[in-house]
Design a protein around this ligand. Structure first.
Ligand SMILES: *Cc1c(COP(=O)(O)O)cnc(C)c1O
Length: 456
């Protein structure tokens, strides 16, 4: 039975001779069409061997190959509608950029003065573009931008402490998603870890007693994605800086997210970069695409002397970021220099938005969904900030809970994802969180839901 079906499967060579395939062959290379068709036929073959297959007709094959090839050449990553409510969603590309940043990146995509001084016609440094902005915002003397914060930490460690020891509290030996473990990064930088204190309590004397002639730095890492609550003690940055001065050791401060705006009025307890600068840390590093709300990059600020050393370090060449990133970053930073301009940074707009505004947006989406074969309830809820930031903080939000006859929550969620709308599942219902949908995305979200219900 299976053998007979296998024999009936069309042959690649014969199919490609048929005129309806010519258009695909003209568009893509013949070899590419052939291998895509091979792949498609293999799927059918496997289904037949598994016992549940049949013989496809020629139109089905053409449609499948055509869509596989269109997918292959489509630019990726492609946009999704984020209805998860997680503002800094690492799997969904972290911070969505402000329009100003998108425009800047688009313009810099052409020839640009990346490493060229327009006035003198001489070579210029790519590092100069963002440095002044960062210094003006943070109060630091000097700054350097690299590929991401993991790279920033690695570079700081390698430049400051390679071949020696660095002292860190056991309470800060954290793992931050995506295989970034502080101890591993230190090791890769050629630095020996000296752990002090315990998971929940570390005192200044623990650091002082661990100093040896091999010590090159004192390190603080912001425990981004977890908190020790209850019986705990950590040394403040100011205390660590004082010890560093006493022992003539530089203090490295990995802030992780690092916010440029004090979010405490919104109940968000996150140290600002400016505070670390004021406290006197020698090198401070933070991400560009977490609470800063810009493109993926790692920003290092510090003294002219230390940053100057980093700029000359051989690793810097390997870790530098490209013109698109620098353009998007400077455009994002420029917003921070304008009165209330930070509110135009999407991540910060979402985090500080009133619960009422989110509720209105949720209601608007619910109205757009009226008439679809769907049960929709609108509920107050809470959502995390995400991105390994602010683990204890919950944002007030409003969600839509969707249910439809004949589909489980998983099936509905899968169909929504096929329309590039990503929600979450709770209590056997699909949850769409209005917090992370922009006003301008509501129609697209409603269209996606309609298509998910209509399509097979
Ligand atoms: C997120 C984070 C990192 C890594 O930053 P990336 O920009 O993702 O490379 C490093 N340290 C801390 C404390 C973090 O929170």
């Amino acid at each position: 039975m299976g053998k007979e079906l296998l024999r009936q499967l069309p042959k690649v060579g014969t199919l490609l001779e048929q005129p309806q395939w010519q258009e695909l062959i003209d568009k893509y290379r013949r070899g590419l069409v052939r291998s895509a068709l091979d792949q498609e036929l293999n799927l059918w073959r496997r289904r037949i061997l598994d016992g549940g297959g049949r013989v496809p007709d020629a139109d089905e094959l053409l449609a499948a190959v055509s869509s596989a090839l269109a997918d292959l050449v489509a630019p990726a990553p492609r946009p999704v509608l984020n209805a998860t409510g997680v503002v800094i969603h690492t799997n969904l590309g972290r911070a969505p950029l402000a329009p100003e940043a998108v425009n800047a990146a688009r313009e810099a995509a052409d020839y640009c003065d990346l490493e060229f001084d327009i006035d003198s016609g001489q070579r210029g440094s790519r590092h100069r573009h963002a440095e002044e902005l960062i210094c003006r915002i943070t109060g630091a003397e000097a700054a350097l931008v690299v590929n991401n914060n993991a790279a920033a930490v690695m570079l700081c460690l390698a430049a400051v402490a390679r071949g020696g020891e660095a002292i860190i509290s056991r309470g800060q030996l954290v793992e931050i998603g995506g295989a970034f473990r502080v101890p591993d990064v230190m090791e890769q930088s050629g630095v020996t870890l000296r752990e002090v204190g315990t998971t929940n309590k570390t005192y200044l004397d623990d650091y002082r007693r661990a100093v040896t002639p091999e010590t090159r730095a004192l390190i603080r890492v912001h425990p981004s994605n977890f908190r020790v609550v209850g019986f705990n003690h950590e040394v403040s940055l100011a205390e660590l800086v004082a010890l560093g001065q006493e022992q003539q050791l530089p203090v490295l401060d990995d802030l992780g997210s690092g916010t440029l705006v004090d979010l405490r009025p919104w109940g968000i307890e996150e140290p600002t970069v400016q505070e670390s600068v004021k406290a006197g840390a020698d090198l401070i590093s933070f991400s560009g695409d977490k609470l800063l709300g810009g493109p993926q990059c790692g920003i290092i600020v510090g003294s002219v002397e230390w940053i100057g050393r980093l700029k000359k370090h051989p690793l810097t060449r390997a870790l530098r970021c490209d013109k698109l990133t620098l353009a998007a970053l400077t455009a994002t930073l420029a917003l921070y220099l304008q009165e209330e301009g930070w509110r135009r940074v999407p991540v910060l707009r979402m985090i500080t938005e009133s619960g009422e505004a989110v509720a209105q947006r949720a209601q608007k989406l619910a109205d757009l969904l009226a008439g679809l074969p769907l049960s929709v309830t609108v509920d107050a809820d809470i959502s995390p900030v995400g991105g390994g930031a602010l683990p204890l903080h919950r944002l007030e939000t409003t969600v839509l809970r969707l249910r439809t006859d004949g589909l489980s929550a998983d099936q509905l969620a899968e169909r929504l994802r096929a329309q590039r709308l990503v929600g979450r599942i709770a209590d056997e219902q699909v949850v769409l969180d209005a917090k992370t949908l922009a006003d301008g995305q509501l129609t697209a979200a409603a269209t996606a839901v309609a298509a998910a219900l209509g399509g097979e």
